[in-house]
Ligand binder design. Structure first.
Ligand code: ADP
Ligand code: MG
Length: 803
């Protein structure tokens, strides 16, 4: 047993196959070995070499320098040197202890391995086994060394791959399964188990079909059966699997047939992903979309959506209504086309060019907030007062996706607002005018009454002409005061059943001559009669106002068309349209004159609004028309375009025609009294005197009192008048109305006629009720009106009574 570590160095320069002969001493052995060696020397990764078990001397074949990565001259000659120079330090003691245990009886040394360095310093793995041959001084080890570095490298790689795959399988979030030819689980990864909340043990051996929730067969089980029968090579689809406690899990599954050796049973690999989250997200999205849709559809303001360029894509129901469209298919396809359908104005009447419409401003990234515009539909002339808020909407990348426009229709609110502020103005005006009117009326009544009385008594024609002129002037004054009182609603309208058609015909006869030759009159009254409940004087005034406005609008002439017709219109929007209609009288006055701008049109009915030069216009005409229409239960519509004329339509509720005799008999005789006593109660002395004088003429006996209290005193002292004619507004405790109430108590048969210059809206409920039962005579009144009222009261009629 050689002491390999401490062998004396004996460098054999002629190391090689030739030296085998001399060291073995046996020609047969040497020749055999030589041939054997030559078998291996061609292989780079194998080296066949000898080591003397006596002195540790070494003999190498020709490929040894390549195999051990050293120069031929540097090949070690003794085993100790081999150990030190060839084997790397870490493996040296392991190899050294093995080698020192060898002796001639070590017939076979099983494979062991160690590492060496190549010339570049890389580690190479050597596997080596050996056997002892020879005896005595010839006893030696024959080593077979093999470089197994490459072999190990591939084995290592395979190992890594396996470990990696296992890692992926175990940690993947996607479910991975393997099934045998019958579709039973042979493997499932943790992700799959947790997806169904089932244990792996419980799954192995279970057929996948048991997990399928597929009552119809369309949920994957038929397709899977085809896969296991071998009709298909793969499966892909959505299927619902049943997990623990029957929990359903929607999945997307992919299964493939695995390559197997011929004759081996088939096996399948599958990847299963839960799509629960995706479906939930989808459901959530759907829900969100439905919510948004509901908001969109049910919003009580208009919503318009457009693409980034401003092309309108969708409108909600309110917006469709606002813009007069039946559905979204009617949206004009091209933006410039919009101008054919709509015109847009600022509230002060300036036309807004297309590029400045709020939608297009927002499309240019301008945020439009609470912008008021008047939009006119050109086809119908329908105009709306709209408030716009428009914003461009950007996505997460800052890319503009759409433009959202909300549109509030303020038309009705504005109308109400205007009506309210107008009525407030009228209220204020009325308070002022009402106060003046009372005195003014009394003055006029005195003048007119006195003139009336002296007219008959004047023999001189020249004087009587003057008197007539004075009466005319007083009449004009009365007209103005009437008009003022009408529009301020301080005069009680004397409504009665009037045939509007014949009234207008009569008025047309009057105006025809005043129009002048430049204006062509066209009359279109298709009905023979049209009855309405209204104050005929107000009707005349309204009609004259309209005609004079039309005439003023056509200084160079034109066509004035006056038409009257009966139309049926639906009673209310929500009502049953087929059943509930009402007849309306439509009086239309149309001219081909200057027309009005949007701004003028909006202001036209304002009291005192006029565009006419001072002295020509009062600004009370259209206001009067509006008030008249409202008082008569009707309405007014004005259509006007600058440069192309104006049409004003007055709608009045029509009354059923009744064939009453005397309906149109206006010129009845003045009814006279027959000596009945009339007590005149009036604080204004002049008025009282004139009234008394008139009543005397009419054939009554007259008594007088200057206040309500004085009148009661007279009655308490035994006077029994048949009728009391009293002013409403009087100084003292008792107003006319209270006097009437009191008289009712003491003299139930005594009739009361109240005179008033204006109607006081501050009357309380009882007074109002009382008034409605009484005969009201509106100041100033003519002799005939006085006669009719007193006679009516005494005979139980209701002439002059406000309805
Ligand atoms: P006035 O006639 O005293 O001016 P109105 O109330 O009758 O008062 O009319 C108010 C304004 O409305 C007029 O000044 C005029 O500008 C306008 N207007 C009324 N009717 C017409 C019409 N037929 N054509 C053109 N403008 C009109
Ligand atoms: Mg006018």
């Amino acid at each position: 047993m050689p002491d390999v570590e401490n062998q004396p160095k004996r460098l054999n320069r002629s190391a090689g196959t030739t030296s085998l002969e001399s060291s073995t001493g046996s020609k047969v052995t040497a020749g055999l070995l030589k041939r054997l060696l030559s078998l291996f020397t061609d292989h780079d990764d194998v080296c066949f070499w000898q080591m003397s078990l006596v002195d540790g001397g070494l003999q190498f074949p020709d490929n040894a320098p390549d195999f051990f990565h050293c120069d031929r001259a540097d090949l070690p000659t003794a085993v100790t040197e081999w150990l030190r120079r060839i084997v790397i330090a870490e493996d040296r003691s392991k190899v050294s202890s093995l080698v020192s245990s060898l002796n001639a009886k070590s017939t076979y040394i099983p494979r062991f391995s160690f590492r060496i360095y190549d010339k570049d310093g890389n580690v190479r793995w050597i596997e080596q086994r050996g056997a002892a041959t020879g005896t005595g001084a010839n006893s030696q080890m024959v080593w077979l060394s093999q470089d197994v570095t490459e072999k190990l490298r591939t084995a290592d790689a395979l190992d890594v791959t396996n470990v990696t795959l296992q890692h992926i399988r175990d940690t993947a979030e996607v479910g991975m399964i393997m099934l045998d030819s019958r579709g039973e689980f042979t493997y499932c990864n943790p992700a799959f188990c947790s997806m169904l909340a089932l244990q792996q043990d419980a799954l192995i051996g279970t057929p996948i079909s048991h997990l399928l929730d597929d009552p119809t067969g369309h949920g994957g089980s038929r397709k899977l059966a085809r896969l296991f029968r071998g009709d298909e090579r793969s499966f892909q689809g959505e299927c619902t699997l049943i997990g623990r406690d029957g929990k359903r899990v929607s999945t997307e599954s992919n299964l493939w047939l695995l390559p197997t050796p011929p004759g081996a049973p088939s096996a399948f690999f599958g990847m299963v992903t839960s799509i629960e989250e995706r479906l939930n997200a989808l459901a959530l999205l759907r829900q969100e979309r439905d919510t948004l849709r509901a908001v969109f559809d049910n919003a009580d303001f208009g919503l318009v959506l457009a693409d980034a360029a401003g092309n309108v894509t969708t409108l909600n129901a309110v917006a469709l209504e606002i813009f007069g469209l039946r559905d979204t298919s009617e949206i004009p396809k091209r933006i410039p086309n919009l101008k054919r359908y709509y015109a847009c104005y600022s509230p002060d009447g300036q036309e807004v060019p297309l590029a400045q419409w709020p939608l297009f401003r927002a499309a240019r990234n301008d945020f439009v907030r609470d912008l008021d515009l008047v939009v006119v539909r050109k086809q119908t002339g329908d105009s709306r007062y709209l408030r716009y808020t428009c914003t461009p909407v950007f996505d997460a990348n800052g890319q503009k996706r759409l433009v959202v426009c909300s549109v509030a229709d303020l038309t009705e609110i504005r109308r109400l607002h205007e009506a309210l502020s107008q009525s407030q103005r009228l209220e204020a005006l009325g308070r002022l005018a009402g106060g003046v009117a009372h005195d003014f009326n009394n003055v006029l009544a005195v003048i007119a009454g006195n003139l009336e009385l002296i007219a008959d008594a004047v023999p001189d024609e020249r004087v009587s002409a003057r008197v007539a002129a004075a009466r005319d002037a007083a009449e004009t004054g009365m007209n103005i005061s009437q008009r003022l009182l009408t529009i301020t609603r301080r005069r009680l309208p004397h409504r009665k059943r009037v045939d509007v058609a014949s009234r207008i015909r009569a008025m047309v006869d009057l105006i025809e001559r005043t129009l002048g030759s430049a204006i062509q009159l066209k009359l279109d009254i298709q009905v023979s009669s049209a009855f309405a409940s209204l104050d005929p004087g107000d009707l005349d005034a309204a009609f004259l106002n309209l005609v004079s406005n039309a005439r003023d609008a056509m200084p160079k002439g034109g066509v004035l068309q006056i038409s009257l017709q009966l139309v049926s219109s639906p009673l209310g929007k929500a009502e049953n349209r087929d059943e509930k209609t009402r007849e309306e009288i439509v009086l239309s006055v149309r001219d081909t004159g200057s027309g009005m701008s949007q701004k003028t049109l909006r202001m036209a009915a304002e009291p005192f609004f006029t565009t006419k030069p001072a002295g020509k216009g009062t600004g009370l005409g259209l206001t009067g028309v509006y008030v008249f229409a409202q008082d008569s239960g009707g309405r007014v519509e004005i259509e006007s375009r600058l440069g192309s004329g104006t049409e004003v339509k007055v709608y009045l509720p029509s009354l059923e025609p009744v064939n009453e005799i005397g309906e149109t008999l206006d010129d009845t005789e003045i009814p006279l009294g027959s000596g009945q006593t009339v007590l005149v109660v009036e604080d204004d002395e002049l008025v009282r005197e004139v009234t008394c004088e008139r009543l005397l003429r009419l054939g009554y006996r007259v008594e007088q009192a200057d206040s309500g209290d004085a009148a009661i005193d007279l009655v308490n002292n035994g006077m029994v008048p048949a009728c009391v004619l009293s002013d409403i507004e009087m100084p003292g405790e008792l107003s006319g109305v209270l006097l009437a109430i009191k008289l009712q108590e003491v003299l139930p048969n005594c009739k009361t006629v109240l005179c008033t210059g204006y109607y006081d809206p501050r009357l309380n409920g009882r007074e109002r009720k009382e008034m409605s039962k009484l005969t009201i005579l509106s100041k100033p009144y003519s002799l005939k009106e006085l006669a009719t009222a007193v006679h009516g009261a005494l005979t139980g009629g209701s002439e002059g009574t406000d309805k």
